[in-house]
Design a protein around this ligand. Sequence first.
Ligand code: EPS
Length: 374
Amino acid sequence: MAIRFLTSGESHGEKLNAIIEGIPQGFELDFEFINSELSARQGGTGRGGRMQIEKDKIKINSGVRFSKTTASPIAIEIKNKDWQNWIYPMSVEKINFDEFDEKLKLEIIEKINEKKITKLRPAHADLAGVIKYDFDDIRYVLERSSARETTTRVAIGAIAQNILKYYNILFSSEVISIGECTDKKNFKTYIENHQKQGDSLGGIIKITIKNTPIGLGSFVHWDKRLDGKLAQAMMSIPAVKSVEIGLGKEYANHSGSKVHDEIYRDEEKFYHKTNNSGGIEGGMSNGEDIVITIAMKPIPTMKKALKSVEIKTHKKTQAHFERADNCAVKACGVVARNMAAIIILDLFLEKFGKDCKRDIDTAFLNYQKRINEI
Ligand code: EPS
């Protein structure tokens, strides 16, 4: 792997952090672009009250000098503005109650208890999470399993997109459907109607990557295949339940002669007139647009609470509800295009060099020259 990263941070903790290793020297970063991806992730009809509080912005603490990458590890942080409201319930340190007068002490205890969760939410990480880690409060699971964590991934992906733009590799995402609604004009009302009923929605998203050079990924080993890597990245996004490349599962309904993309060559390049393969053949990019379709399940946290169980008493109850989105499909698309950018950058650097922009530029141009001569 050319690049690797680790993220940390709880939804209502003080900050979200990440360290990215392997970004080459010499790329000027466009902070405005990175922040515009962060604010795109916050958008869309159906987002909850939290999005009114946060104005996600990247802060880079290392690995960049005068806006240019230095090849050193890049440390980033994004502040949780909402932290002010969660200082005590999410405190890292033990709370010393002696510091407070009786009234304040009671207020803090009440706040902590209020935030304690014991009613399992079906379809979330709650049940398996509390059992696996031996917790008596779902808060411990909820905080890290929250989709808030995708903020850091978008920031890293935006850095990747920023670098890939130098080579004209471009990423976009589009919402295809929300629940059963396929008419874009009606998405807003459809989501708002479900919101009024306290219900949540998922949907289908298409991610397109343009101008990927031929040959990213490889057929030589199972874990080098581009489609495999993209599928893992997509499925790692909370609530994503299926990934298709190109024609996807529809391939199974047709004979080969009807669906496989024939190969042509003109003065300039090899090409296909159709793109059912979604730009990937034999685990490698084939030069056509890479097209990924993902499905997101409806968000599990709902006002219209499902039947559930209380973790301590085992009593029947209704699932816990706290502030949540009722639809985050558009945001999921932003996360997906940025996760795709991380994978593409990783494979791009593996192919064209890992250290500095000038060497990568040369390798990239030489490769294009060689392809043109075939
Ligand atoms: C999210 C922040 C969270 C949720 C949502 C995504 O903020 P809060 O819990 O404070 O309202 O809105 O989290 C979930 C969908 C989830 O399942 O936990 C964000 O920044 O995207």
